[in-house]
Design a binder for this molecule. Structure first.
Ligand code: GLN
Length: 508
């Protein structure tokens, strides 16, 4: 049998179902791998809230907490189901969750000191759905504080290092999820994408990730950053694995999430093996502008050649407002964040400053000490653009341009079925390189923001190696509800290339 950590989700589920390996052995195997990457850093050890909870930052910084007793208990329950012939589709297969999803049996911090010691009384919908599918929760994964960032250097628990070169960033904000999958510390992970946080770290770490159409995955129990943009999605070794996970994660949750779409659950694996002969792939000229580094461009061009060889047709298209997506996003996302984060005041959740004079002082000190620099910056920007006199000039204008960006996509989809291009202009940069340069950080989001602003499904798949042998991802964007078309194209690409498997080099 193949090593457990190199197996596909379906392979693992089958091995457990056929009792070639037990669910307990599987969880133990992955826990051992995850912990082998652990080096306890007491200074970064925020999460001791209950006796049975251990918390640590792994040497790559991917995991922030484990609850071994809980995990193995779940695995034992899976083994009992298997022995009774009641195995569910992904029975006994481990998964780890971005620490932005609340979980009953693990602490949840969203990468912030503000939520130090916080344990939710319930599981996020996405977490319960995956558990109902039979999956075992292996632990929680590091992320940028409140999902704000592109490098995972904004976590209060330390950065996530890129498995391919530990002097480089893993990408953000779902950096822990991407690094853990790349290192095969877990077979799959959840992430969230507000402006690229699934696609960008997936691209930087050489794994596959997808965000669905806005509203398809419930936001219930996902700590809010920018509610009109936040979407959950999976990161895994392949498009095939992502399809299985996404099918489980999506579905209406109308009573608990007001933006959940009333669209029935879908089996995103159904069309994986369809031919892509005649598929029209739109190539936006704005995604191939001067800012795109030559090494990334070469990989993307070769990937597009591969698609042509598979029978797809490349169609030139235009997305003329691409550049505006940066100012638009960095007005709207902070505006929503400033409102969402007002709930963290030292009264209801997690952290509370110690010495305060009165209620105002409690609020001020708690927020000053609890939030990191990036979060404070965004709260200030957001408060500013929403304030009287500036609302019309910034927030309202941004909303109008957001609509134009969506309209441009609809125009483009008149002549193509999917859109392809780079995920980022460059490969993962060195740690610390952009930490004091917010503008450079924000510019790096240019190719992921448009699909987020339009609420479109989009994914990243490994398609080669660029400068310094770092992974490069190909982005594919679909029209609303066309997730299966994206996954179909990605799966066909992965059947005829092995970039997604080459990522295994990082797992040694
Ligand atoms: N990099 C973007 C930001 O910092 C996107 C983050 C995300 O998608 N959560 O906001």
């Amino acid at each position: 049998m193949q090593e457990l950590h190199n197996m596909s989700l379906q392979g693992l589920a089958l091995a457990i179902k056929n009792r070639a390996v037990s669910a307990r052995e599987t969880s133990e195997h992955f826990l051992a791998r995850a912990k082998a990457h652990a080096s306890l850093k007491p200074a970064l050890n925020p999460l001791q809230t209950a006796d049975n909870l251990t918390s640590q930052t792994t040497s790559c910084g991917a995991f922030v907490s484990f609850n071994e007793e809980f995990t193995l208990n779940l695995a034992d329950q899976s083994d009992q189901r298997v022995s009774k012939g009641q195995a569910r589709p992904l029975e006994g297969v481990p998964i780890a969750h971005k620490d932005i999803f609340v979980t009953r049996d693990f602490p949840t911090t969203a990468g912030s000191k503000m939520l130090e010691g916080y344990c939710s009384p319930f599981d996020a919908t996405v977490v319960s759905l995956l558990q109902q599918e039979g999956m075992i929760n292996l632990g929680k994964l590091n992320c940028d504080e409140f999902a704000m960032g592109s490098s995972n250097e904004n976590s209060a628990w330390g950065p996530v290092k890129n498995p391919w070169d530990v002097s480089r960033v893993a990408g953000g904000s779902s950096g822990g999820s991407a690094a853990a999958v790349a290192l095969r510390l877990c077979p799959a992970a959840t992430g969230t994408d507000t402006g690229g946080s699934i696609r960008q770290p997936a691209s930087f770490c050489g794994v596959t990730g997808i965000k669905p159409t806005y509203g398809r995955a419930s936001r219930y129990g996902m700590i809010a950053y920018a509610s009109s943009l936040d979407q959950a999605g999976p990161l895994a070794q392949s498009a095939e694995d992502c399809a299985l996970l996404l099918s489980a994660m999506c579905g209406p949750d109308l009573d608990r999430d007001s933006t959940s779409l009333d669209v029935p659950k879908e089996d995103f694996s159904r069309h994986l093996n369809d031919s892509i002969q005649g598929l029209r792939i739109g190539i936006p000229k704005e995604f191939f502008s001067d800012g795109l580094h030559a090494d990334v461009r070469t990989c993307i061009d070769l990937a597009l050649d591969e698609f042509k060889a598979l029978g797809a047709r490349l169609v030139p298209i235009e997305l003329p407002k691409t550049e505006l997506s940066i100012p638009v996003y960095y007005i709207l996302a902070p505006a929503e964040a400033s409102s969402n984060l007002s709930r963290f005041d030292g009264v209801k959740f997690g952290f509370r400053a110690k010495d305060y004079k009165d209620l105002d002082d409690l609020y001020r000190k708690t927020r000053t000490q609890g939030f990191g620099e990036e979060v404070k910056k965004r709260i200030m920007i957001g408060t500013y653009v929403l304030s009287h006199g500036y609302y019309d000039a910034y927030y309202l204008q941004a909303q109008k341009i957001r609509r134009m960006i969506s309209n441009d996509f609809q125009e483009a989809f008149k002549t193509c079925d999917v859109i392809a291009g780079p995920v980022t202009p460059q490969v993962a940069w060195k740690m610390g390189e952009q930490i004091d340069d917010p503008v450079a950080n924000y510019l790096a989001d240019i190719f992921t923001l448009p699909a987020s602003l339009a609420g479109l499904p989009a994914m990243s798949m490994p398609c080669g190696f660029g400068a310094s042998s770092m992974p490069v991802g190909l982005q594919m964007i679909g029209n609303y509800f066309q997730e299966s078309k994206l996954l179909n194209a990605a799966h066909q690409f992965q059947l005829s290339t092995d970039w997604h498997q080459k990522a295994l080099r990082g797992a040694t």
